[in-house]
Design a protein around this ligand. Structure first.
Ligand SMILES: Cc1ncc(COP(=O)(O)O)c(C=O)c1O
Length: 411
């Protein structure tokens, strides 16, 4: 892989020259391919895909997915507005999230979204009040906490009793009873999401088995359950390939099919992770006392995942003249003033030199959407390559952009 002088490498080099680095490059065709794979795997079972906007909330990507007939899962008024800006039908938007404010719930009610994924009995009470005040009827699902281990990083495990998400079934049933005749609410079903980058299909099956049993019990208590939002969490490829999505579908199909519910899936990472690359230029190299540091112009403010989760991303040297270079073990680090500012550690690469380009792969999910301005670094530009055409879809921030919101008290 490293340094191969193919068409892709030439294109990335030319984009880096044209737009500067660090530069995000997103492959729209790969996003479409993943979507097709998901739909094929769940054929006959799937009602709708609600892309989890948090994974990569770029407007151009949202527009691409909307054109493919996808709905959206949002977790803030900001994500809701992103969907509105690209003309998404509000009925195809679900609103999840553990801490929705009254203002956010009101904005979602005003927009007429299709589903509120309610995280607690208290949130349901607030939703009922806010909907009644507006003469609206809020369609909702109750998010269950199934207490299932997802077998993933602790920070992205969301379905255990340790986590802040969802509610136990008893609490959900009590809330349902309390609002049995609340005219401003329309119960549609349940929501469950056990975590992200879940690589073992059996974990999804464990969640499906619990939710199936809860749906049967809820129907027995006299409530119609027409919908199950089964969340996301389907794994993408970083260091090793996870089992195919068809294996996840096969694991849950026998449990979900007999329920005859509208099944929603909320993938984020699965659709976009592998479609995104971060192209970065080597600023300098430095022999540390123990490590060979390659200092690049991208940093933890661009791609936080290595610092936040110890995440592993593939790294490729995009150099035409690597012949004869010795292979060295490199730590790829950024300019930010933190020892946690690394993109990769102990990678064997043909010795990178100042000016070389490196490509950080599988960076399309939780990359741009987690970028920050830490160390007062402007956020990077982004190019979307779609149906062969490369377009700038996010201009590089300027220092003036960074300072635009700040106010100096009078001297
Ligand atoms: C409620 C909900 N749905 C979907 C997702 C998407 O997860 P992933 O990107 O792993 O598919 C998340 C991620 O945290 C989430 O919290």
């Amino acid at each position: 892989m490293n340094g191969r002088p193919d068409a892709r490498a030439r294109r990335l080099e030319s984009l880096a020259r044209e737009h500067g680095t660090p530069l995000w490059v997103t492959d729209g065709d790969l996003v479409r391919a993943r979507l097709a794979e998901l739909r094929t795997a769940f054929r006959g079972l799937l009602h709708e895909v609600h892309y989890a906007v948090k994974a990569n909330s770029g407007l151009a990507l949202l527009a691409l997915l909307a054109a493919e007939g996808v709905g959206f899962d949002v977790v803030s008024a900001g994500e809701l507005e992103r969907c509105r800006r690209v003309g998404v039908d509000p009925r195809r938007i679900g609103f999840a999230g553990a801490g929705k404010t009254d203002a956010e719930l009101a904005a979602a009610l005003a927009a007429g979204i299709g589903l509120f994924d309610v995280e607690s009995p208290a949130e349901l009470d607030r939703l009922a009040r806010l909907a009644a005040e507006r003469g609206a009827v809020a369609p909702y699902a109750l998010r269950l906490n199934p207490d299932v281990e997802a077998g993933t990083h602790e920070y992205v495990t969301t379905g255990t009793r340790r986590n802040k998400f969802g509610m136990p079934f008893d609490a959900a049933l009590a809330a349902l009873e309390r609002h049995r005749s609340t005219a401003a609410l329309r119960f549609r079903g349940f929501h469950v999401h056990i975590g992200s980058q879940v690589t073992d299909p059996a974990r999804f099956a464990a969640a499906a088995a619990i939710v199936a049993q809860r749906i049967v019990a809820t129907r027995a208590a006299g409530f119609a359950v027409e919908l199950l939002d089964f969340g996301g969490g389907f794994a993408a490829r970083y260091d090793v390939a996870p089992p195919p999505i068809a294996a996840v579908a096969a694991a849950v199909r026998p449990l979900l099919e007999p329920l005859h519910v509208e099944l929603l899936l909320e993938p984020g990472r699965f659709l976009v992770a592998e479609a995104g690359e971060l192209v970065t230029r080597v600023i300098g190299v430095k022999e540390g006392q123990e490590r060979h540091f390659v200092i690049v112009d991208a940093a933890m403010n661009d791609l936080l995942r290595p610092a936040l989760y110890g995440a592993w991303h593939p790294v490729e040297l995009l150099a035409g003249e690597e012949a004869g270079r010795p292979t060295v073990s490199c730590d790829i680090v950024g300019p930010v003033c933190e020892s946690g500012d690394f993109l990769a550690k102990e990678r064997l690469l043909p010795r990178p030199a100042p000016g070389d380009l490196l490509v950080i792969g599988s960076a399309g999910a939780y990359g741009t959407s987690m970028s920050s301005n830490y160390n007062s670094r402007p956020r990077a530009a982004e190019v979307l390559i779609d149906r062969g055409v490369a377009r700038l879809v996010r201009r590089r921030e300027t220092i003036d952009d960074l300072l635009a919101t700040e106010l100096l008290p009078p001297a």
